[in-house]
Design a protein around this ligand. Structure first.
Ligand code: DGY
Length: 324
């Protein structure tokens, strides 16, 4: 099998492809492959490792229906039209599980950073504004025994809940379509309605996939129901919150603060108002960006390709129904 890879990926994945005798080429430019170019390029390949947010829509899939596999090097696959791929019998792989800890660490880091205004304080030193010690200034809020609300308690949400329960004795509530039995047993987590999640959470952390249902769900209506001292964290996808509404509620002190690893659009522009706000911490989508996790993601993506090249089921298929 000969495949194309839309970014330079860690050596761990490359090794697997080489050992499996899979030929490959990689896009090495520091910009996304334009979709029309990717369509042309893919005519020469039988498989694709998609990294980042390549637009794998109806147009792409129908122009590349000869592809035997598309392996997404990410857990999220909102950039791929899954029903269309399934209709065309193209297996789509992803990399769940291996990035849960690293992403939860990022959510936890943002929560702490926001609660103590850490990014803003750091910026004050850089601006030579450390200044005079005033006992009433630079105050944050504490997290001990507060309530953590998880929107979408899957593998990543569970890791975040575990960290918060163990480090700060936080009470865990969550909103899901179904119960997370493990979280209920191990963390005493309680499933609540979306409204209850908004009303009760001191920290509300988003860990759901981006779908038609979750797009823009954190808007002015939702934010208005949150506590005035609540912290909003999003490490999932930027389009799940409405950025204009978030700026408004922060400006009007309707919530305490926000920590974002994902924005809409990405990259965020340097003049974005959120970057000037004291109670906001923004990171450039680095949830899974550790050496260990990126190696594991590249490994899984390459293993999915290897499986497809041997006519086997993918290790992690988003649309297993294509295997009949
Ligand atoms: C994912 O896996 O979906 C991440 O957002 C990529 O880092």
């Amino acid at each position: 099998m000969k495949i194309f890879i839309t970014r330079l990926i860690p050596e761990a994945g490359i090794k697997i492809l080489k050992n499996a005798g899979i030929e490959f080429d990689q896009w090495s430019e520091r910009r996304d492959v334009p979709q029309d170019d990717l369509i042309k390029i893919c005519q020469r390949y039988e498989g694709l490792i998609s990294v980042g947010q390549d637009n794998i829509d109806k147009k792409f899939l129908n122009a590349c229906k000869h592809l035997k596999v598309i392996a997404q090097m990410a857990v999220g696959y909102d950039n791929i039209d899954i029903p269309e791929a399934t209709k065309l019998k193209i297996p789509i792989g992803n990399t769940p599980g291996v990035l849960s800890s690293a992403t939860a660490d990022t959510a936890f880091l943002l929560m702490l950073a926001v609660s103590r205004k850490a990014f803003f304080m750091h910026q004050k030193i850089i601006n030579n504004e450390w200044g005079f010690y005033e006992p009433t200034e630079n105050l944050g809020i504490e997290l001990h025994n507060k309530t953590l609300g998880i929107f979408g308690l899957g593998k990543i949400g569970f890791e975040m809940a575990k960290r918060c329960a163990k480090a700060f004795g936080m009470k865990i509530i969550y909103h899901n379509r179904s119960n997370n039995i493990l979280a209920e047993k191990e963390l005493n987590a309680k499933r609540v309605s979306f409204d209850e999640l908004l009303l009760q959470s001191d920290v509300l952390s988003v860990h759901t996939a981006l779908t038609a249902e979750t797009k823009g769900v954190f808007n002015i209506d939702a934010f208005s129901k949150m506590k005035r001292n609540a912290i909003f964290i999003n490490t999932a996808r930027g389009a799940i919150h409405n950025e204009t509404d978030l700026i408004k509620v922060l400006d009007e002190k309707m919530i305490w603060g926000a920590g974002l690893d994902v924005t809409n659009p990405e990259p965020m522009r340097a003049d974005n108002k959120l970057l000037q706000m004291p109670n906001v911490a923004v990171l450039p989508h680095i949830g899974s960006a550790t050496e260990e996790t990126r190696n594991a993601m590249a490994t899984l993506a390459a293993e999915n390709i290897d499986a497809a090249s041997k006519g086997k089921r993918l290790l992690h298929a988003v649309n297993p129904e294509v295997f009949g």
